[in-house]
Design a protein around this ligand. Structure first.
Ligand code: 4AD
Ligand code: MG
Length: 430
């Protein structure tokens, strides 16, 4: 008869045992209301003094916020309860009486809450976000699998940079040094030449000195790579992935989205796909019209992305950025050699970039030239150049940031709430 709260609706009028925590409680001399949670949901337990033994009533009086308990009682329908049910308490077994809980009902600042992140995740809101994250993460894997991509995880200790040398974390590696991976892409280029279509999904690390609502120093990224795919096919794939994610979250997590106060209209439109695609020049023009002081050739700042995405009711692709502001490996458009066959997918409602992708240079000598121009050490890229020496083909891929996707889908202010234990420039605790 041990039951999880999420399955309580099948147990009406039955006696059940719930194992969990008392997230809140109030008691008069005659009746006590225990707000219980067990990780799967929440339910109110009602304990009536007259119907209980002295011993049970005593146990209830000892309970404090976040005390762990085993409670037995009868499941009753209650229209006023959010879950539709409540529990008539019959027996209470405290497991541990919690010390005074540091997180109260009053407003706490973000630093305070982040210091108590190990406890803060117990709150209804934070648990809801983590459930949405779980759904998004599995939706991503399911989609890639359905599309025939093989999961080939990239290493985390790496000998060299992928996205540029400025934001690498250096670690001691026996008598040598290594870097924590900032992207698994180069390895996916190798595995996709072996298996056709591959992806990796793991943590990536960037020592970016950015204290913005979009930056973590450790974040999770899914990176896909496909042989013979061009930059347009790449956008098609990204669009299908993101609309699949939106559909899955609507299906599995409508309760959580409501709990988070999320207006789901944009997510519904995202699930329908039809993402607009504009090129860099049009994006710059739109930005200038909207009052930005951006000049052609500049990279977009977070504010520019925010302005741009407010003009669309679903995610928007911006393609053909100037090669000069993008990574060394991007293929140029043969008709506009200063422009890369690349795209960023910007999430609506001001969220901005969630995906970066491109077609890759597959010509050996051009790639060698770009590596030199970017001041990268050619010896470190010798293995990567082999991919151009032995059966090079046009190919493309992208990386989608999990936390930025979760932040947008949940409608959060900051990515720090999207990951169980965020790593930020000024925070590595707890
Ligand atoms: O645009 P980025 O840098 O692209 C790459 O790393 C490519 N190698 C991907 C590829 O083509 N295989 O990063 C991709 C995505 C961004 O769009 C963003 O969602 C996320 O990774 N991202 C971050 N998320 C949180 N914190 C950070 N500091 C991030 N940096 C990038
Ligand atoms: Mg990018």
């Amino acid at each position: 008869m041990v039951t999880s709260i999420s399955k309580i609706s099948a147990k009406e009028s039955q006696k059940v045992e719930i194992r969990g925590w008392c997230h809140n409680l109030r008691s008069s001399g005659k009746i006590a209301f225990l707000q219980l949670r067990d990780g799967t949901g929440r339910i109110q337990g009602v304990a009536v003094r007259d119907q209980l033994s002295d011993e049970t009533w005593e146990s209830i009086q000892q309970l404090t916020i976040e005390s762990s308990v085993v409670i037995r009682g009868i499941v009753r329908t209650d229209e006023r309860a959010p879950s539709g049910f409540e529990l008539s308490v019959e027996e209470v077994e405290p497991i541990q009486i919690a010390a005074e809980y540091p997180i109260g009902k009053k407003e706490h600042g973000p630093d305070f809450l982040l210091n108590y992140r190990h406890l803060w995740i117990r709150s209804e809101r934070q648990s809801s976000i983590l459930r949405v994250r779980d759904s998004i993460e599995f939706a991503m894997r399911d989609f890639m699998r359905r599309e025939g991509f093989i999961l080939t995880d990239s290493p985390i200790f790496t000998p060299n940079a992928c996205e540029g040398t400025t934001d690498l974390f250096e670690v001691k590696y026996f008598d040598d040094k290594a870097y924590l991976s900032q992207s698994g892409q180069l390895y996916q280029e190798a595995t996709s030449a072996a298996l056709g279509k591959t992806y990796c999904f793991g943590p990536t690390f960037r020592s970016e000195k950015s204290k913005t609502r979009r930056h973590l120093t450790e974040f999770w990224m899914l990176e896909a790579e496909a042989s013979f795919m061009n930059w347009q096919g790449n956008m098609d794939l990204q669009e299908q992935l993101v609309s699949f994610i939106a559909g899955r979250v609507l299906e599995e997590r409508s309760y959580e989205l409501k709990e988070l106060g999320r207006d789901i209209a944009t997510i519904e439109r995202t699930a329908e796909s039809n993402f607009p695609r504009i090129d860099y020049d049009e994006a710059v023009e739109r930005l200038q019209k909207a009052g930005s002081d951006i000049k052609s050739g500049d990279d977009f700042g977070g504010d520019d992305e925010t302005i741009l995405t407010k003009e669309f009711d679903r995610p928007v692709f911006v393609h053909h950025y100037p090669s000069a502001i993008k990574a060394f490996y991007m293929e140029a458009d043969p008709e506009r050699p200063d422009r890369a066959l690349c795209d960023d997918l910007l999430a609506p409602e001001g969220y901005g970039e969630i995906i970066g992708g491109s077609q890759r240079i597959y010509d050996q000598s051009l790639l060698e030239k770009r590596i030199a121009e970017h001041g990268l050490p050619s010896e470190a890229f010798n293995w990567y150049m082999d991919l151009r020496r032995y059966g090079s083909v046009p190919h493309a891929g992208f990386g989608i940031g999990l936390e930025r996707t979760v932040a947008w889908i949940c409608g959060l202010e900051h990515v720090r709430e999207t990951i169980p234990f965020p790593r930020l420039m000024n925070r590595i605790q707890p």
